[in-house]
Design a protein around this ligand. Structure first.
Ligand code: HEM
Length: 247
């Protein structure tokens, strides 16, 4: 049996890999606590304290998620070429690359890519967009629901009755809030909650799709794409379309 030459390519640098696994852990935990909040009644969770605790845990994990996401966004301007926004964001002629990739895959001769393949590139941008929406809407809900930073103090000051110290407001306790302003705050936060929940459903769908696509690519195309997110290195049978520094 002939032994094929393998190309070793250093693809994912350490910050990119760290981001990926911290993000993965946060998103899974956020989904778990999000679903617990969503189905709390079915699970017999009825007390206000338990409701606030679930939200608080979700928000604290959310902060790790947001900081990690912000670092990754900045890293996308200074990282190696594979993790850069200029490489990731689909540019002119991208649809032609997608068609070429799909046609080659259908013919059983998948094209090799060191970074993301053209379809994966679109998925990555869609997932990042969803996560940015989750971060913004989550932070607004954290402020307007349980008066947590960075917007919580503004929300609390807005609804607190005259003479009440806004920093002492307890979530869901209406005794110290101005009812009319509370109703206004409720109307303001509602669309953020709606966007948060529907984007979370879409993100869950994208995560399932992402995992299925990665497993499919690993089996059909080789290239060690799963282990590369641990080791940083891919091993390809042929020169990839998107690589410049082969060893
Ligand atoms: C990938 C990231 C995230 C996912 C998948 C996610 C998922 C969810 C889900 C499923 C719910 C339940 C919605 C409901 O009960 O109506 C929820 C609620 C909530 N999330 Fe997130 N979330 C994410 C990120 C964040 C972040 C970053 C924050 C803030 C730091 C946050 C803050 C909140 C708050 C305050 C609620 C309660 C809103 C309400 O009661 O309507 N979330 N989230």
């Amino acid at each position: 049996m002939a032994i094929k030459q393998l190309y070793e390519i250093k693809v994912w640098d350490l910050p990119t890999r760290l981001f990926h696994w911290i993000n993965f852990t946060c998103v899974i935990l956020l989904i778990v606590f999000g679903l617990l909040m969503l189905f709390k009644k079915d699970l017999g969770i009825t007390s206000v304290e338990a409701k606030i605790s679930l939200k608080t845990i979700h928000v604290l994990i959310g902060y790790v998620f947001v900081v990690n996401l912000l670092i990754r966004i900045i890293w996308g301007f200074i990282s190696n070429m594979y993790a850069r926004w200029s490489t990731l964001i689909p540019g002119y002629g991208h649809m032609a690359a997608v068609r070429q990739y799909i046609t080659a895959s259908r013919q059983g001769q998948p094209l090799s890519y060191a970074g993301h393949n053209p379809l994966g590139q679109i998925a990555v941008i869609v997932i990042f967009t969803c996560m940015i929406i989750m971060a913004i809407t989550g932070l607004v809900r954290a402020g307007t629901d349980i008066y947590y930073p960075p917007f919580g103090s503004y929300a609390a000051e807005f609804v607190a009755k005259p003479g009440v110290d806004a920093s002492n407001l307890v979530p869901y306790d209406k005794s110290e809030v101005n009812e009319e302003k509370f109703t206004q705050l409720k109307a303001f936060k509602k669309p953020f909650g709606t966007i948060h929940i529907y984007t979370s459903y879409f993100l869950m769908f994208m995560i399932v799709l992402h995992i299925a696509a990665v497993i499919r690519a690993e089996i059909k195309e080789g290239g060690t794409i799963i282990s590369a997110m641990f080791t940083g290195k891919k091993y390809l049978h042929e020169k990839p379309h998107d690589n410049h520094d082969l060893r």
